[in-house]
Design a binder for this molecule. Sequence first.
Ligand SMILES: [Zn+2]
Length: 220
Amino acid sequence: MKKTIRLLCALALILNVCTLAAASDTGPTMDGATAQKMLLEGNKRHVDGKAGHSHQDAARRTEVAKGQHPFAAVVSCADSRVPPEILFDQGMGDLFIIRLAGNIADDAALGSLEYAVEHLGVRYILVLGHERCGAVDATLKGGEAPGHIGALVKAIQPAVEKAKGQPGDALDNAVKANVANVVQQLKSAAPFLKEMVDKQSLTVAGGRYDLDDGLVQILP
Ligand SMILES: [Zn+2]
């Protein structure tokens, strides 16, 4: 009997070591609910003027030089007033970030997110729109889109159409519709992201950042 117990203990130890080894390949995976909670707690510190500015020192730089294990990915606008690390009070190695005007996602963005999910163990993606977004506003107003700006307008246009006729502020409605469209785009991005969402291994959520008070609101 004692021999059997010893054998079981040895087996458990081996399995435990194997699990740890597997986890170190992709880094610590944080589930979607916990990742969202951490982001919103960081945003509250930012809003309250109590940012901790952690993970921004030389010690953290040395730590993450060995490898990155971000706990969430954020798809946000290139707008200089919406820097995810600051508004979520995070530091180096915490967030995997894609930033294009209008928080849109092109093929390169999708490929980057696939890398974050598949190789870095990210299980939560937040698509973050913001109040008075210039890219959405320009699309809403129409007119000429010179140079490569046309690519942005083309990507945002479906949201403007979707929000047409809705009661309330036209620009804010279009911002929210654009976030919803990009969330849906990521959720249905076959094969990898879609598969992860379908088996409930990946959460993709949308949010809106308020330029005035700094608050991030998770959109339904
Ligand atoms: Zn913007």
